[in-house]
Design a protein around this ligand. Structure first.
Ligand SMILES: Cc1cc2nc3c(=O)[nH]c(=O)nc-3n(C[C@H](O)[C@H](O)[C@H](O)COP(=O)(O)O)c2cc1C
Length: 195
C-alpha cells in the first residue's frame, strides 16, 4: 500500500482550519522513540486564525497522550467514509500493547515539517501540528492545543480552500461520530444567500 496519495495537494495555512471547521472525526497520529500510534478523536476544533491553532481532546490515559507529550508533535488525519471501520477500530483499542499501524496495515508518510506519521490512504486530509505547552493541559485537562505547521488534502474533495462535498465523491466524504460506533457522513454542501 502506498504511503502517499497522488491526489493530495498542500493546503495553505490560512485555510488549514477549514479542514476541521465542520467537526469531522479525526485520527490523531503520534510517534516517539521508535514507537508510533494512532487513535480516533471526535472532539477537535480550530481555535486561532494566525498562526492556525487547533484544540483536540486526548484523554490523559491514552498511549497517544504519552507519545504526544514526549514528542511535542501530533498529526490530525481526517478519515473518509471508506475508512470508517478502521477509524472505529483504532478508537477501540490501545496502542500500548499493539502496533496499530501493523495490525491494520496502515502505511504513514512522514510530515514535511516535523516528520509526524500522517495517513493519506483512507483519508481526505491531514494537519501536521506542534504541541503548544500549556500548564492546564499538563495538570488537569484532556484538551491539547497545537499549532498547524503544514496541511494537505485530497484535491478531489478539498480545492480552492473549501470542501467540495458532492454526489460524485461520496466515498471521500468526512465522517462524524454520533456515539457508540454510529456515524453520519458530510452531506452535499449549499450556500447561504449574501446578507
Ligand atoms: C469514534 C471515536 C471517537 C473518539 N473520540 C475521542 C476523543 O475525542 N478524545 C479522546 O480522548 N478519545 C476519543 N476516543 C477514544 C480513543 O480513540 C481510545 O481511547 C483509543 O483506544 C486510545 O488509543 P491509544 O491508547 O492507543 O492512544 C474516541 C473513540 C472513537 C471510536
Amino acid at each position: 500500500m502506498n504511503s502517499t496519495n497522488e491526489h493530495f495537494r498542500p493546503v495553505a495555512l490560512q485555510h488549514a482550519c477549514r479542514l476541521i471547521n465542520h467537526g469531522p472525526t479525526v485520527l490523531v497520529t503520534s510517534a516517539h522513540d521508535g514507537r508510533r500510534n494512532v487513535m480516533a478523536a471526535a472532539w477537535s476544533m480550530p481555535v486561532e486564525f494566525t498562526p492556525p491553532r487547533v484544540a483536540v481532546v486526548i484523554d490523559k490515559h491514552t498511549f497517544t497522550r504519552e507519545l504526544v507529550a514526549a514528542s511535542g508533535v501530533f498529526g490530525l488525519c481526517i478519515p473518509s467514509v471508506s475508512f470508517v471501520d478502521t477509524t472505529y477500530a483504532v478508537g477501540s483499542e490501545s496502542g500500548r500493547s499493539v502496533d496499530k499501524f501493523a495490525r491494520h496495515q496502515l502505511v504513514a508518510r512522514p510530515g514535511p515539517v516535523l516528520g509526524v506519521p500522517l495517513l493519506e490512504t483512507g483519508c481526505a486530509a491531514w494537519l501536521e501540528c506542534r504541541l503548544i505547552p500549556e500548564a492546564h493541559t499538563e495538570d488537569a485537562y484532556d484538551t491539547c492545543f497545537g499549532e498547524v505547521v503544514a496541511a494537505a488534502a485530497d484535491e478531489r474533495i478539498f480545492s480552492g480552500g473549501h470542501w467540495q462535498f458532492g454526489d460524485d465523491n461520496k466515498a471521500l466524504h468526512t465522517i462524524h461520530h454520533l456515539g457508540g460506533g454510529n456515524f453520519v457522513s458530510a452531506g452535499a454542501s449549499f450556500r447561504a444567500a449574501q446578507p
